[in-house]
Design a protein around this ligand. Structure first.
Ligand code: EPS
Length: 373
């Protein structure tokens, strides 16, 4: 239903995106979109680039008088750190980056590879995701995220964490964490990595409330919502694992401890008291909050680089180093919210689709009457 194309190099003049498939009649709050871009720039452990940029997008199509028109929506951002023409060619690939395979595959030096593989591209995905969040708000669907691990420091799992709790508890956190104690330890881990010319990864969790029963489908594999969420989260730079609900922990549980029993009352309709499934059963939402986690490996640009091979001379030498982040997990969690927002919006359009917001709201209300009466 929704299609997004992004373009732009990390140190190119512009970053841009086109979003196709958003219906007409949605109020576009540009300040909100830009505030989401600012959230993406934050987080302890970010590199010098975020001191240079003040990410803001302009809308270049598909929005008239602050309302979507149904036409493709264009987003444009100017990079302040625009210097790609002066940047040197690179020939010593970083282990863990797209450098080696990208240079061989596209038959070019590493510079254009690293410029496009860079996580700077996510700025456009957050702009698109912010618009999707505005769409979801019309249906009281809310999204929040928090960091549950950085390096060896973990926050204990809390199944019944509400969106408002996450927002309140992470509000003043430099690492988007709900625990002050863990936050301090996480910052120490980032400081230690920085001192050692190293980097650290971690894990973030995204939760979505207000999701109706029945988004996605079990009838065909491509329509399963868990698969669609996993694909988009895996596409985020550095992500190596995606979990839904209890995720990998389920491997060690018995069937009777792994699933969520079903209850019914007149006010709530069908519901579950536990949420080990993370709101998804059979690839379909079950009305509980969605819980998705993504694991980010440590960034592969290291102050103390690993050994590599010069692609021109074939002689062993240290990998390339260029300014980078020490830890991008707090930013990753903000990006994760946007990615999830895009998938849920797509699933909402698929189920309740229409050309205008008003038409979709009518379809949605008709469905709620069907399942709750
Ligand atoms: C990023 C901008 C980049 C990096 C980071 C993400 O800026 P620069 O390369 O100019 O320092 O900080 O990108 C990477 C981690 C990477 O591997 O390329 C951003 O805006 O998110």
């Amino acid at each position: 239903m929704l299609r997004t194309i992004t373009t732009g190099e990390s140190h190119g003049q512009y970053m841009a995106a086109i979003l196709e498939g958003m219906p007409s009649g949605l109020d576009v709050d540009l300040d909100f979109i830009n505030s989401e871009l600012a959230r993406r720039q934050q987080g302890y452990g970010r590199g010098g680039r975020q001191l240079i940029e003040k990410d803001r997008v302009e809308l270049v199509g598909g929005v008239v008088r602050q309302k979507t028109t149904g036409a493709p929506i264009g987003f444009l951002l100017r990079n302040r750190d625009f210097k790609i023409r002066e940047m040197p060619d690179v020939f010593h690939p970083r282990p863990g980056h797209a450098d080696l395979a990208g240079a061989l595959k596209y038959d070019q030096n590493i510079r254009p590879v690293l410029e496009r593989a860079s996580a700077r591209e996510t700025v456009m995905r957050v702009a698109v995701g912010a618009l999707c969040k505005l769409f979801l708000c019309e249906f009281d669907i809310e999204i929040a995220s928090h960091v549950v691990q950085i390096g060896g420091v973990c926050v204990p799992d809390k199944e019944d964490l509400a969106i408002d709790d996450i927002r309140k508890l992470t509000k003043k956190s430099s690492v988007n964490c709900i625990s002050r104690k863990a936050e301090k330890e996480m910052m120490k881990a980032i400081d230690a990595a920085r001192r050692q010319g190293d980097t650290c990864g971690g894990k973030f969790e995204v939760r979505v409330s207000g999701v109706p029963i029945g988004l996605g489908s079990y009838v065909h594999f491509e329509r399963k919502l868990d698969g669609r969420l996993a694909q988009v989260l895996m596409s985020l730079q550095t992500v190596k694992a995606v979990e839904i609900g209890r995720g990998t922990e389920l491997a060690g549980l018995s069937g009777s401890a792994a699933h969520d029993e079903i209850f019914h009352d007149k006010k709530r309709g069908f519901y579950h008291k536990t949420n080990r499934a993370g709101g998804l059963e059979g690839g379909v939402t079950n009305g509980a909050d969605l819980i998705v986690r993504a694991t980010m490996k440590p960034i592969s640009t290291l102050g103390q680089p690993l050994m590599s091979v010069n692609m021109k001379t074939r002689v062993a030498e240290q990998a390339h180093y260029e300014r980078s982040d020490i830890c991008a997990v707090p930013a990753g969690s903000v990006i994760g919210e946007s990615l999830v927002a895009t998938v849920i919006t797509d699933a909402m359009l698929e189920k309740f689709g229409g050309d205008s917001l008003g038409e979709i709201v009518r379809n949605y209300e008709g469905y709620l009457t069907q399942i709750y009466e």
